[in-house]
Design a protein around this ligand. Structure first.
Ligand SMILES: C[S@@+](CC[C@H](N)C(=O)[O-])C[C@H]1O[C@@H](n2cnc3c(N)ncnc32)[C@H](O)[C@@H]1O
Length: 269
């Protein structure tokens, strides 16, 4: 992709997460908690290890990792969005975790030296990365030889309700400047596994289903589509809501469980 288009795409992505940042803390931190735990479990970190949390968001994974690796270890959270970095810093400020820092940066250009980390964790982020081959090279570069990668990404809309909802609502919003980037962007991780292999990381995938609830359609819409459809006219928004509701609320507007198959990419450098 030409550099100009790449920058425009990243600006668009950064704008989405800027608008999402406060909502994320209120709506998603708790709901995604079990996925964060699953990433931490699979990472098998031990005391003293150095860890990169790529796409650290509000800091949930990095905070847990810092507790596991302890004062002799070090965790760096890197996120595209300044707003997310700010929220993460504020969130941990009272915890006196001296081994945890957050900084702005991207998966395509990780602000760290070669071989700096024993582990790279990345929860629900890599599907939003615009240039995934570049990110694969960067992850391999910052991992030490033998270092581990553990990433969580959503499965496709047929197996993952959050992706189904967001893709259906997204059809009514503005067309993203790049294709293949978004919640279902790594539903088929085959190409990304090859990009990782080309970069020197041998990885495989295992899956597990996680669920969360919304009490009614409007609260689900607010959390899952409020930001991405904020520019729609009222008429168009109503049209979008009717379409998503017809597709996902066959039994009417009542509490609904969202079942989300989640894929874990686990690899070694
Ligand atoms: C769904 S959130 C996940 C946050 C956190 N890892 C969690 O599990 O709660 C995705 C995060 O990826 C970040 N992100 C998107 N594209 C990125 C990129 N190219 N490089 C680094 N971070 C990126 C967003 O800013 C956002 O904070």
């Amino acid at each position: 992709m030409p550099e100009r288009n790449q920058n425009a795409a990243q600006e668009w992505q950064s704008g989405v997460w800027k608008r999402m940042s406060n909502l994320y803390q209120d709506e998603w931190d708790e709901r995604f908690g079990p996925i964060v735990d699953a990433v931490i479990t699979r990472a098998e970190m031990v005391s003293g290890e150095t860890v990169l949390d790529l796409g650290s968001g509000t800091g949930s994974v990095a905070q847990q990792a810092a507790k596991v690796v302890g004062p002799t270890g070090q965790v760096v959270g890197v996120d595209l969005s300044e707003e997310m970095v700010e929220i993460a810093r504020n969130r941990v400020s009272s915890l006196s975790l001296k081994n945890l820092v957050f900084q702005q940066g991207t998966g395509e250009n990780i602000p760290a030296p070669d071989g700096a980390f024993d582990v790279v964790v990345s929860s629900l982020t890599l599907m939003y990365v615009i240039d995934r081959p570049a990110a694969a090279l960067e992850i391999a570069r910052v991992l030490r030889p033998g270092g581990r990668l553990i990433a969580a990404v959503w499965a496709g809309p047929d197996k993952c309700d959050i992706v189904r909802f967001q893709q259906a609502a997204g059809r009514f919003g503005e067309t993203p400047p790049v294709s293949g980037v978004g919640p279902g962007g790594l539903a088929d991780p085959t190409l990304f596994l090859k990009q990782l292999a080309d970069a020197g990381i041998s990885a495989s995938v295992d899956s597990e289903s996680f669920q969360f609830e919304f009490l009614n359609f409007q609260s689900a819409w607010h959390a899952m589509a409020g930001v991405t459809t904020s520019e729609l006219t009222e008429t168009r928004r109503q049209e979008a809501q009717r379409a998503v509701m017809n597709m996902m609320y066959e039994d009417g507007d009542e509490p609904r469980t969202y079942r989300n198959l989640t894929q874990f990419i686990v690899g070694r450098n």
